[in-house]
Design a protein around this ligand. Structure first.
Ligand code: SF4
Ligand code: SF4
Length: 439
C-alpha cells in the first residue's frame, strides 16, 4: 500500500469540523504544509497536551506529511504563549534529521487564529480568497491530532481513540483518551459527573460547539474535541437557546447598526466582503437575504465578543447561510483590501474567555491524560464528510481493537471505521455498529 492508501485504510480524517478524509486532502500537491497547533477554541487543551507529550512524533509526522504533498517545508503553527509546547518541540528538533525540514511559527494569542484562513495569513502573509480553500494559495493545513493519527496510520495503526478535553462544571476536568463510540454520558461519568444539577452540554469548544441536553445519546467521534458542562442559565446556553422569533424582535428593537460586529469579524479583517450588520438589518426587516452571510465561518466573535447589545448576529448569519444554500445560491465574491488597522481589531483570547463568562473553567494543560475504558461502544459509520462506511462485520462477530468494521464505499468520498475496543459485535442499526467489550 502507498502512503495515501495507508491513510485511507487507517480511517484518518480531519480532527475538527466536518472530518475531511486526510488521504483526499493530501492527494493535491502544495508548497507548504501547515500544522495547526493553535488550539483555537478557548478552554480546549488536547492539542497542547499532545504537542507537549509527543513533540518528536509530531515533528516526524509533519515532515512525512509534507513529503507526501511535495511541500518544500512543514511549519508547526502554535500560539506564542504555549511556552512548554514551544520548548518541547524546539528541544526535540535538533535530534531529528528531517527532510522536508520543519520549523515553528508563533501565532498571536487571539481568537480565532486557528481558523484555517487566519492561520494561513499569519504564517505566510497570503490571503485565501473568499469561498476558497488554503490550497488556492499553496498551503495544506492539518491539525495536531490529525497529524499524529496519520503517523500511526502510516505504521498500520488505525484511528481508534480521540483525545478530548472535558471542562466546565465537572468534578475532574482534564484531557481524556477515549475510545471512539463511547457515549458522552459515560465519558462524563468517568470525569466524576457534573457539579451542578441543572446543566447543559456543549460539544466542541465554547465559541463554536453545539448545545445539547444532558440526556444526549451522542457518542465520541473522530471529530469531537471537547465536552463542556455549563449551568443551564449560563450566558452561552441562553444565547444558543434563544428562539429565532425572539432574535428577530431583539434585532428589530435594539440593533443600533453600530457595525462593531462587522468591524471585528475575523473574515472581514482579512478583506472578505462579509457584513454581519447588514445581515442583521435584512433579518430585522424580514425582506431579503444578505448574500455575504455565505462567507461566515461561525466563529461567534460578532455575537459573543463584539455586539454591545447582546444580539445574535452569528446565529442569524447561520440561518441566512442555510437558506441561501437551500435556494441554490452560489455568488462569487471578490477579495478586498483589508480594513485599516486590522491587526488592532483582533480579539485577545483572554478577553474572549472573560466575555463569555468562562475564565473560571480554564485549566492548565495537564501532565498526563486520563485513559477511559468502555463497557460498550456505538461506532457511527459516518464520522466524516462524504458517504457512510459500509459495514463489513455482522452481529455476533468477535472483533479486536483496530479491526476494520466499516469500509469506505467504492468510488465515494468517505473513510473506513474500526473497532475501538475488543469484543463482540452486538448489533448494526441506524448507522451505528455496537460492540460489547469482552468480559
Ligand atoms: S454589533 Fe450588535 S448592535 Fe451593532 S450592528 Fe452588530 S448586531 Fe447591531
Ligand atoms: S460568526 Fe460573526 S464574526 Fe465570525 S465569521 Fe461569522 S459574521 Fe464574522
Amino acid at each position: 500500500m502507498n502512503d495515501l492508501d495507508l491513510l485511507r485504510s487507517g480511517g484518518v480524517v480531519g480532527g475538527g469540523g466536518a472530518g475531511f478524509p486526510l488521504f483526499k486532502k493530501l492527494s493535491a500537491p502544495a508548497e507548504l504544509l501547515l500544522i495547526n497547533g493553535a488550539e483555537c477554541e478557548p478552554l480546549l487543551k488536547s492539542d497542547q497536551y499532545l504537542m507537549q507529550r509527543y513533540p518528536k512524533e509530531l515533528l516526524q509526522a509533519a515532515s512525512r506529511l509534507a513529503s507526501i504533498i511535495g511541500a518544500k517545508e512543514a511549519v508547526i503553527c502554535l500560539k506564542d504563549h504555549y511556552s512548554s509546547q514551544i520548548r518541547a518541540l524546539t528541544d526535540a528538533l535538533p535530534s531529528l534529521s528531517l527532510a522536508p525540514a520543519v520549523r515553528l511559527h508563533l501565532l498571536p494569542t487571539v481568537y480565532p487564529i486557528g481558523d484555517e484562513q487566519a492561520l494561513v495569513h499569519s504564517a505566510t502573509g497570503r490571503t485565501v480568497p473568499p469561498g476558497a480553500l488554503p490550497g488556492s494559495v499553496g498551503c495544506t493545513v492539518v491539525s495536531v491530532s490529525t497529524a499524529l493519527n496519520a503517523r500511526r496510520a502510516l505504521e498500520g495503526k488505525p484511528v481508534t481513540r480521540r483525545f478530548i478535553t472535558v471542562a466546565g462544571e465537572v468534578k475532574r476536568p482534564g484531557v481524556y483518551r477515549v475510545p471512539i463510540g463511547l457515549p458522552v454520558r459515560l465519558l462524563l461519568e468517568q470525569a466524576g459527573g457534573p457539579t451542578v444539577s441543572d446543566y447543559r452540554l456543549i460539544l466542541g469548544g465554547p465559541m463554536m460547539g453545539s448545545l445539547t441536553s444532558p440526556d444526549t445519546e451522542t457518542v465520541v467521534t473522530k471529530t469531537l474535541g471537547g465536552v463542556l458542562v455549563l449551568p443551564a442559565d449560563h450566558l452561552l446556553v441562553r444565547h444558543a437557546e434563544l428562539p429565532p422569533e425572539q432574535m428577530r424582535i431583539r434585532a428589530m428593537s435594539v440593533c443600533i447598526q453600530c457595525r462593531t460586529c462587522t468591524d471585528l469579524c475575523p473574515r472581514h479583517l482579512l478583506g472578505h466582503p462579509i457584513y454581519p450588520h447588514l445581515t442583521m438589518r435584512s433579518f430585522a426587516a424580514g425582506n431579503r437575504l444578505e448574500k455575504s452571510a455565505m462567507l461566515c465561518m461561525e466563529c461567534g466573535i460578532c455575537e459573543l465578543y463584539a455586539c454591545p447589545m447582546g444580539l445574535n448576529p452569528r446565529r442569524i448569519q447561520q440561518k441566512q447561510k442555510a437558506e441561501l444554500r437551500q435556494a441554490g445560491e452560489k455568488p462569487a465574491f471578490q477579495l478586498k483590501d483589508p480594513p485599516a488597522l486590522a491587526e488592532y481589531h483582533q480579539a485577545p483570547s483572554e478577553r474572549v474567555l472573560a466575555k463569555i463568562h468562562a475564565s473560571r473553567y480554564d485549566i492548565p494543560v495537564p501532565e498526563n491524560c486520563i485513559d477511559v475504558t468502555a463497557p460498550f461502544v456505538c461506532i457511527p459509520l459516518k464520522q466524516h464528510i462524504g458517504v457512510p462506511a459500509v459495514p463489513c462485520v455482522q452481529a455476533g462477530d468477535p472483533v479486536q481493537q483496530g479491526d476494520t468494521i466499516g469500509r469506505m464505499a467504492e468510488g465515494a468520498l468517505g473513510a473506513d471505521v474500526h473497532a475501538s475496543i475488543c469484543g463482540t459485535v452486538d448489533k448494526i442499526e441506524n448507522g451505528f455498529i455496537v460492540i460489547r467489550a469482552r468480559s
